[in-house]
Design a protein around this ligand. Structure first.
Ligand SMILES: [Zn+2]
Length: 282
């Protein structure tokens, strides 16, 4: 996988270098079936597991980029978005002169399915409130993040994906999680994580926020509003994107100036050295 700079206004575009540079823009129009991860499909060409890279891009304020890929699946890395954030830091982020086009939410849009819920509401900035309620040992967790003021690289990017050991065989039999291992996911046994300490005491809900930011990137533009999610997942996240985009009276396109990227601390995890951020200013 290789990331290339793109002109202002081009958005996030995936390019399959193994298929004559076939391009798939990261927009809700191209969302494929969603279960365990989010995938994009256009004219039969698939790109799978897009959410962690898209989350890192939105979290770090990157609107325009070409993502070259020589196969259909994005790398899982360590199961978080931190390796992407580190890579952006070492490549540098340039502020483009054109104003950022955002989706400014004007009134509530909600999706409810049984006890799962997700909604987006008018608010300045981009705030996310998430509640999860998983079987033991996770239980209930609740947290919020405001991308306008909190540092994505420190608060959200390091949170890893997770799975229950008890589900492993069933998922593998379904052909899912073939690459899952203790180096790229928190493996949960009956009493807690089986592979080392957590990076946050509430790492699970933080990872759900990471996924949500990535899935909402498929709206095609950064959202200005507050998102509230309860027991949601990829299917609910992308259902909200479709419902929001369809309801043209619920939002307007706004044009906001972009500040130069903030130099934020990239946390060290698992004893690995942290590269010095090298950012290119405006
Ligand atoms: Zn995830």
């Amino acid at each position: 996988m290789r990331l290339l700079p793109a002109p202002a206004g081009s958005g996030i575009v995936f390019r399959r270098t193994d298929l004559d540079n076939f391009e798939i823009p990261a927009t809700g129009r191209n969302v494929a079936k969603v279960s365990y991860a989010t995938s994009l499909m256009r004219q039969g060409v698939l790109i799978s597991t897009t959410e962690h890279l898209l989350s890192a891009l939105v979290g770090m304020g990157i609107d325009n980029v070409i993502v070259e890929l020589d196969n259909l699946e994005l790398p899982i890395l360590d199961g978080s978005a931190l390796p992407y954030v580190r890579a952006f830091h070492s490549a540098g982020i340039r502020t483009q002169r054109r104003r950022r086009e955002t989706i400014r939410v004007l009134r509530a849009v909600e999706v409810r399915e049984g006890d799962k819920f997700i909604g987006v509401y008018p608010s300045s900035g981009y705030r996310i409130v998430y509640t999860i309620d998983f079987p033991a040992p996770i239980g209930k967790q609740h947290t919020s993040v405001d991308l306008a003021t909190d540092t994505y690289g420190a608060a959200i990017a390091p949170a890893r994906t997770f799975g229950y050991k008890a589900d492993e065989k069933r998922l593998r039999d379904m052909g899912l999680i073939r690459g899952a291992s203790p180096v790229n996911a928190i493996i949960l046994g009956a009493r807690g994580p089986e592979n080392g300490p957590l990076r946050f005491s509430d790492e699970y809900v933080r990872h759900k926020i990471l996924d949500l930011i990535g899935d909402l990137a498929l709206a095609g533009r950064r959202i200005e509003g507050q998102v509230v999610a309860e027991r949601a997942g990829h299917a609910m996240h992308t259902a909200l994107v479709s419902r929001l985009l369809k309801d043209r009276s619920a939002w307007e396109l706004a044009h906001v100036p972009v500040e130069a990227p903030v130099e934020e601390e990239v946390p060290a995890v698992a004893g690995r050295a942290v590269p010095t951020p090298a950012l290119i200013g405006a």
